[in-house]
Each structure stands twice: as structure tokens, then as C-alpha cells.
Design a protein around this ligand. Structure first.
Ligand SMILES: *Cc1c(COP(=O)(O)O)cnc(C)c1O
Length: 637
């Protein structure tokens, strides 16, 4: 095996880009473990993820595990507020900043609870888009200084819930998504005896590039057109309730990679805010929605998995733009609200899993003498193999493709045997491997040649389900950073893609952050016989958990939350067992007791028919019951 000389920790850090996407929360220690550096790299405290994974298994929980590092959540909320507040001070902005966490980004009770806890000192609030989320928000927030922002379509029940929250002193804003909501809100407010806090969601003409481009712009399905805004104002005037209108909201998309789009949105929003004041509304709050992006690939570009700005620039551009727009027309600086979800929670969760197996496509060695066949296929392949050089890369690649289809045709028509076909495929692989090696010296690699890497890579089978734990990889080609969490002092030698255990052909990770361009493969280490190999997928705290589904009936993973102390010790503060087989079956409406009963009956029948003995029935049923209680993923004995 080819081992690079002088492989260093720095090489590993660069290869996996840990210092680029890690936002200062992750690093590699001298023993080659990925470590969490929750207080920043300089502060010394380093916790090995490998040690945590072991600790989790010693506590009886199997991989895969979603690990939450609470300190990182606290730190992200702090970064957001500290940065806004620093900029507000510097510029002399007269309003304040209030963040809210959109519950849809991660609705898990433990997450919302932690957001409320860490956010309390900053009066960080919550955003709700449905009745369920609103009930969660009202019950969790317990802070009258913080805001609850209600987006989404509202029926009478939704409205009543919000009005009762207002009555109890919570700052609960109804953001109007449709003109029709207004009449019902005013009617219910009168009946309940509460004064509603109202906002309007504006359909800006500004759009943002990226995956969620259609959330903004005139074609967006959400928000009021300018005509509808005028209708709202006129209706409020007529009902003498214009003083209820306090907030203007917009959201032009999540993960906005380009700062220019953020700036354009704010400028347009400020103009509308000015007009609402001129119409006589009191206002006071400007809500810019979400969009603050996470640099998943660490490239600092406007690629859709990245962002071309820092949080400082984001805050500075927003505060500065609003200040100068308001000063120009003599309007008091509004309270700035952002609904940053992704930025708040993405960093704090890591998916940990073990590798179950590796399929290597290493071909058999080329035999000294090729068998005699009636066709010259094998000889042609060998000739092509010998011809591969920097100058003939493309030609040889074309030939390999041609012979590949020829081999399939000859086999189909019974002209070559299975052994001959296998040998042809081995030779084709040898050609591709040689092309890929030779092509490393090419200055410009055609896309086809770059694709070869994925064709000749090993497949590492990970103990996880992509559909359950990383749905955005499947749905929108989201890039997430992946690294081994240990052995980084050893040079990784195997080019691989990662498959999950759903056996779905889409259940794979075959795009990885790399510089300057994302790569189809990742370098991993050889498996050792006596040691588990663990990988981590990072930055998975936003959107993945609830969007995940039960494909192949793999359920929720185990979840463990840790809190790291200043002295470097850490506590497992929460453990949540993942779904059992019985749980997931009941999610798809199976009745677990009925399953057991049917199994008993069938086993009884097997005795009657003479297939098994009574004693065997007991053993079989026991195995069955344990299976229902077991974890849906691969469990070690
Ligand atoms: C999804 C959503 C957000 C969250 O956006 P992020 O980019 O995750 O910060 C905020 N506001 C609204 C209205 C949303 O729909």
C-alpha cells in the first residue's frame, strides 16, 4: 500500500477542511482524534469525539448516534447577539436587535428547550408557523421580553391561542400572510378582549440566489402584494386599529449564499417600512426572516452550500443599511428581528456512525497470459491498458467504454463465458485506475475523467440511514462535511464513497466538500480487524431531524447531548433512545400486539404441521420479541 511520507495532522486538517467549515468548534489533536473546542481553539479545552463515541457505547447505546454539543448552541446564540450588539454600538444605531428561533428548523423539545435556556439572557424568542409550533412556543418561552412571531396560515384556533398568549403578557405577533386573516383576528380579539400585535409579510421583488430562490420575489407563494398591503392598511384605518400594526416581515429564502442579495432585500424592505409609517402605522419592528447561511463546505463562496460573507458582514450590512435608510427620512430606528434557524443550530449536532464493511473494487491482477477466446476483446483491452498515458487519456477512456458495452453484448448473446466477462471487467477497471492515476498530472481534467474517481472508488458501508439522518443530501444535494473522527495521524489511502444500510441506490454520500471544488470521493483509512472505524457527519443540526423519514423502516437514531465544563470534563446530560423496531412498525399503523399474536398462531401451526418442536417455538418467539424491542440499525452483539 502506498503510504505518503511525513503525513501530518495539518495534512489531515487540510484534506478534510476541518479548519474551514468548523467555525472554530472542531480541530484535530496530536493523537489524530477530531476534537471539539467549544471555547475556541485557543482556550485549551479539547474533547475527543472518538472518546465520546466510546463513552456512549459503554453506556449501552449503539451507533448511529446523533451527538448534540450544547455549548456550541449557546455559543452560536451568543455570537449572533454579540455581533449584532457590537455593530449596533459602533454605528450608533438607536434600536436594538432581537433574535427569534424558527421552530421548524429543529422542533425537538430538547433543542427548543436549550434555545430558550441559552437565549434567555438575550431575550431570544421563537417563530412558529403552525398551531403545533405555537403551542410549543408558548409553553417553552416563558419570557415576556422575547418575541413570538406567528407566520403561516391561521385559523380561528391558531388566532385564539396567540391572543391568549398576548393576554398573558407575551409579545406574540401575528404576521399576516393573507388579507383574509385580518378580519378574523380583529373579530376574535374583540371577543377575547385582547389587543393583537400585527405584522405584515411583504412579498419583496428582491430574490436571492441559492436553493431557496423561490421563497422570495414576486413569484413567492407567501406574503402580501403591495395592493394587499394597502387593503390591510385601509381596513385597519376603517376599524380604527392601525395602531395594532407594529411589524413588517419578509423572508427571501434560507441559506442565502450571496451578501448582495441580503443587502438588496433590506434596502427594499426599508422603503416599504418608510411608506407604512407615512400611512400612519406605528410600526417599531423590522423582521428580516432567515437566510443567514452556514458555510457547509468551507469555501467562503456564493456556492449554494457556502456563503461569501461573515456574520460580522451580515450584521454590519443590515444595521448600516437600516440606519441610513431611516435617517434619510427621519424615522426612528426600528427593533431589528432576524429568524436565523440554520445558523443557530446547524453546528451543534454531529452524526456519528461506525463502518460495517468495505467493498473494494480492486480488480484481480492481470494474468501473465490471457486465455484464448474466439474474440479479441481481452487482447484489445490489454492493449488499451498498455497504451494509457497523459496524451491518450481521453482516447483510452473512450475505448474502455466501447469495450465495456462490447463485453456486455457478447455475453448477452452467449459468445463469451461468465469468466471471460469477469476478466474483461477487471481489465476495464485496470484501465480506469491507470487513467485516473495518470490524469493526476493533467492541468485540465475533463468532467468525464473526474467522474472516474467515483467509478473506481471503494464503498464504505456506514451504519446509518441517509433518508432518516441526512435527508437533504438526497433531496437537494446538500453538502455536509464528513471526516473520520480518529486515526487522522495516519494517511488515509482509500478513495471511497459512503453508502448507508438502506440498500437504496440513492442511499449514499458521493459528494464531499473539497478545495477548490467539491469531490465525488473521500479518502478514508483501511479498516482494522480489531477496531471499529467511526465517521462523523458535521453541521447536521438544522432541518435534518424532522425532515428525515422512515425509508426501509430505519427509525430515529439514539440522541446524546453533552455539556462541556470549563475544566475540560464533560457530562452526558441527556440521552434519548432511538426508535425500536416495534416503534417504527407502529408508525406505519401496525399493531405490535396483533403482530405478536399472529406470530404465536403461526408458530403453533408449525408445531401442528410437524415443522418445529414445542421448545423451538419458545426460542423462536423469544427471538421475535427481542427483535421488536431492538434498535432499527445494525447492533453489535
Ligand atoms: C425557514 C424559515 C426561516 C429560517 O431560515 P434559516 O435560513 O434557517 O435561518 C425563517 N423564517 C421563515 C419565515 C422561514 O420560513
Amino acid at each position: 500500500m502506498h503510504q505518503k511520507k511525513h503525513w501530518t495532522i495539518e495534512d489531515a486538517t487540510n484534506l478534510y477542511g476541518i479548519d474551514k467549515w468548523g467555525a472554530g468548534y472542531f480541530a484535530v489533536d496530536d493523537s489524530g482524534d477530531v476534537v471539539i473546542t467549544p471555547l475556541g481553539e485557543k482556550n485549551g479545552v479539547q474533547i475527543s469525539l472518538h472518546a465520546i463515541a466510546k463513552g456512549i457505547e459503554e453506556r449501552g447505546l449503539s451507533m448511529p448516534v446523533l451527538l448534540r454539543i450544547e455549548n456550541i448552541l449557546g455559543s452560536q446564540i451568543k455570537r449572533l447577539h454579540d455581533t449584532f450588539n457590537k455593530v449596533i454600538d459602533e454605528i450608533g444605531y438607536q434600536g436594538s436587535y432581537k433574535g427569534v428561533f424558527p421552530i421548524k428548523v429543529n422542533q425537538q423539545e430538547q433543542v427548543v428547550e436549550a434555545v430558550c435556556e441559552f437565549g434567555r439572557q438575550y431575550n431570544h424568542g421563537l417563530e412558529a408557523g403552525s398551531k403545533s409550533e405555537l403551542i410549543a412556543a408558548i409553553s417553552m418561552l416563558n419570557n415576556r421580553q422575547a418575541c413570538i412571531i406567528c407566520n403561516g396560515y391561521k385559523d380561528e384556533e391558531f388566532i385564539d391561542l396567540g391572543l391568549y398568549a398576548t393576554k398573558m403578557g407575551l409579545k406574540c405577533f401575528f404576521v399576516l400572510e393573507m388579507p383574509g386573516e385580518l378580519e378574523l383576528i380583529l373579530e376574535r380579539a374583540k371577543a377575547i378582549g385582547a389587543k393583537p400585535l400585527l405584522g405584515v409579510r411583504i412579498k419583496l421583488s428582491s430574490k436571492a440566489e441559492g436553493q431557496w430562490a423561490d421563497s422570495g420575489g414576486e413569484s413567492s407563494v407567501f406574503g402580501l402584494t403591495m395592493g394587499q398591503v394597502i387593503d390591510v392598511i385601509d381596513y385597519l384605518k376603517q376599524e380604527k386599529k392601525l395602531d395594532c400594526l407594529k411589524l413588517q416581515h419578509y423572508h427571501i429564502g434560507s441559506q442565502i449564499p450571496n451578501i448582495q442579495d441580503i443587502r438588496t432585500g433590506v434596502i427594499e424592505a426599508c422603503r416599504i417600512y418608510e411608506e407604512l409609517i407615512k400611512e400612519g402605522a406605528e410600526m417599531g419592528y423590522l423582521d428580516l426572516g432567515g437566510g443567514l447561511a452556514v458555510d457547509y463546505d468551507g469555501s467562503k463562496t456564493n456556492y449554494h452550500s457556502s456563503r461569501n460573507y461573515s456574520v460580522e458582514e451580515y450584521c454590519y450590512d443590515i444595521v448600516e443599511t437600516i440606519a441610513s435608510a431611516m435617517d434619510k427620512c427621519g424615522i426612528a430606528h426600528p427593533t431589528i428581528i432576524t429568524e436565523s434557524g440554520r445558523y443557530t443550530v446547524a453546528y451543534y449536532s454531529v452524526l456519528l456512525f461506525n463502518v460495517l464493511d468495505v467493498t473494494s473494487i480492486t480488480p484481480h491482477p492481470i494474468p501473465p497470459e490471457l486465455p484464448k477466446t474466439t474474440y479479441d476483446l481481452l487482447d484489445n483491452l490489454l492493449e488499451t491498458y498498455n497504451m494509457v498515458s497523459v496524451k491518450t487519456v481521453q482516447e483510452c477512456y473512450n475505448d474502455a467504454l466501447f469495450y465495456k458495452s462490447q463485453a456486455q453484448q457478447l455475453f448477452k448473446h452467449g459468445n463469451i463465458s461468465l469468466r471471460e466477462r469477469a476478466m474483461a471487467e477487471d481489465l476495464i477497471r485496470h484501465i480506469l485506475i491507470k487513467i485516473s492515476t495518470v490524469a493526476q498530472d493533467l492541468e485540465y481534467k475533463p468532467e468525464e475523467i473526474r467522474q472516474i474517481e467515483a467509478l473506481i472508488s471503494d464503498i464504505y458501508y456506514g451504519n446509518f440511514s441517509l433518508f432518516q439522518s441526512l435527508p437533504d443530501v438526497w433531496a437537494i444535494d446538500q453538502l455536509f462535511p464528513v471526516t473520520p473522527i480518529h486515526r487522522l495521524h495516519e494517511a488515509p489511502t482509500r478513495n471511497a464513497i459512503i453508502a448507508d444500510i438502506t440498500c437504496d441506490s440513492d442511499g449514499k454520500i458521493d459528494m464531499f466538500p473539497a478545495f477548490p471544488q467539491a469531490k465525488k470521493t473521500i479518502l478514508l483509512h483501511d479498516l482494522k480487524n480489531d477496531e471499529e472505524y467511526y465517521l462523523g457527519v458535521f453541521l447536521v443540526g438544522a432541518y435534518q431531524e424532522t425532515l428525515g423519514d422512515l425509508h426501509n423502516l430505519f427509525g430515529d437514531t439514539n440522541v446524546v447531548t453533552i455539556h462541556i465544563q470549563e475544566d475540560g470534563s464533560y457530562d452526558f446530560i441527556r440521552e434519548l433512545e432511538g426508535d425500536s423496531v416495534g416503534d417504527v412498525l407502529s408508525y406505519v399503523e401496525y399493531d405490535v400486539n396483533a403482530i405478536k399474536q399472529r406470530m404465536k398462531n403461526f408458530a403453533e401451526d408449525a408445531i401442528r404441521q410437524g415443522f418445529i418442536k414445542v421448545k423451538e417455538r419458545t426460542t423462536i418467539l423469544k427471538c421475535f420479541h427481542e427483535g421488536l424491542r431492538g434498535y432499527t440499525y445494525f447492533e453489535k452483539e
